[in-house]
Ligand binder design. Structure first.
Ligand code: PLP
Length: 355
């Protein structure tokens, strides 16, 4: 019997979504290509250049460098690796990375793999990083300061301009993790782009809000020389060096990212942001009406203090939901999350909680 994947009709926890039809079709066409070997697969390699140009348009970077990674985890690991290599060149033997406590757990993986010390900086009551705490943690050993643009738990954007100043004064780089936020932030007032803040490297994933097929993450760097920090020689391939973490990579992700961005940037993404944000605002109001404490959704992500028994009862009803580190219910208003889905969720919540 052939297995069928789960549908999206009750998925409220995921930061991925159904790929746009054009992205799905492109992924299938390029399934057997490997952008890791551009000499042999030149068409997909050209598509990857186009993907980076378009990601640069979205993130406010002229003449961008970077590549399509397997996801945000790889892009974050590579950003830490770039900073570590730079620090080593500058004679720093034990480099450190300062990350907001709202940073994604991929930075913990990066620190483990790359043998750098991760120093966490607390967030304030708005769930954004405390700048004074970052200042206290930055010193001569700091290789990288991380800012989050669309945090995984609350969708918050750190003060990136100030973080960049702090990083650069200490001779460190600023990495912005816009893995999830990158495809909604262009339609908000937040300052997050390379044009608005002194960003050196950025994670921005087409396979999240960008509606591309998995695997399609994005790593962008302001200066091509930063990518050279990652390059290793590749004797048996037709090209001479490779900056990516994986060797063989999926051409499906690359082609699907280009197809989605060609189709949706900017008008389609703008319309999607409007829908998702309106859904998040609607859900936040309904949850507050039911008497829950709700974290104001500044991006399309809602968190509320729904108690564990209610949360479990909703899971038993088939809702795919998740919790923040401090136990709040977390609902990500991805493109597949419709108003009628949220209405049905709120009905179930009212029923199981008796509110
Ligand atoms: N960064 C942020 C802000 C995320 O929310 C996530 C995942 O949700 C990641 C990085 C990791 O991305 P991936 O799961 O594609 O590796």
């Amino acid at each position: 019997m052939q297995a069928e994947p789960e549908g999206f009709d009750r998925v409220l926890s995921s930061m991925c979504t159904e790929p746009h039809p054009v992205a799905r079709e492109a992924a299938e066409r390029f399934l057997a290509t490997n952008p890791g070997d551009p000499g042999t697969y030149p068409t997909v390699a050209e598509l990857e250049d186009r993907a980076i140009t378009m990601l640069g348009d979205i993130a406010g970077l002229d003449d961008p460098s970077g590549y399509v990674a397997s996801g945000g985890t790889e892009a974050n690991i590579q950003a830490v690796r770039i900073a570590r290599e730079r620090a080593r060149t500058d004679g720093i033997e034990s480099p450190t990375v300062v990350v907001p406590e709202s940073g994604h757990f991929s930075f913990r993986k990066a620190a483990d793999l790359l043998d750098v010390e991760l120093i966490l900086a607390p967030t304030d009551e708005t769930h954004r990083v405390e700048l004074d705490a970052v200042r206290e943690r930055v010193d001569d050993a700091t290789a990288l300061v991380v800012g989050v643009a669309g945090s995984t738990e609350y969708g918050r954007v750190d003060p990136l301009g100030e973080l960049g100043e702090i990083a650069h004064e200490a001779g460190a780089l600023l990495h912005v993790d816009a893995a999830w936020g990158g495809f909604v932030l262009p339609f908000t007032d937040h300052e997050w782009t390379f044009a608005q803040a002194p960003v050196d490297t950025m994670t921005i994933d087409p396979h999240k809000m960008g509606q591309a097929a998995i695997p399609a993450g994005g790593l962008l760097v302001r200066d091509e020389a930063l990518l050279d920090e990652l390059a290793v020689d590749t004797p048996y391939l037709e090209t001479t060096s490779q900056a990516t973490l994986t060797g063989t990579r999926s051409g499906a992700g690359v082609a699907s990212a280009v197809a989605a961005m060609d189709e949706l940037w900017p008008g389609g993404y703008a319309a999607q942001y409007d829908r998702s944000q309106a859904n998040a605002d609607w859900l936040a109001t309904r949850l507050a009406d039911l008497g829950y404490d709700v974290v104001d959704p500044t991006l399309p992500l809602v968190a509320a203090d729904v108690p564990t028994p209610t949360f479990e009862a909703l899971r038993d009803e088939g809702w795919r939901i998740s919790r923040t580190g401090t136990g709040e219910l977390r609902v990500v208003c991805m493109p597949h999350v419709s108003r009628s889905m949220l209405e049905s969720f709120v009905e179930d919540l009212a029923a199981v909680s008796g509110r």
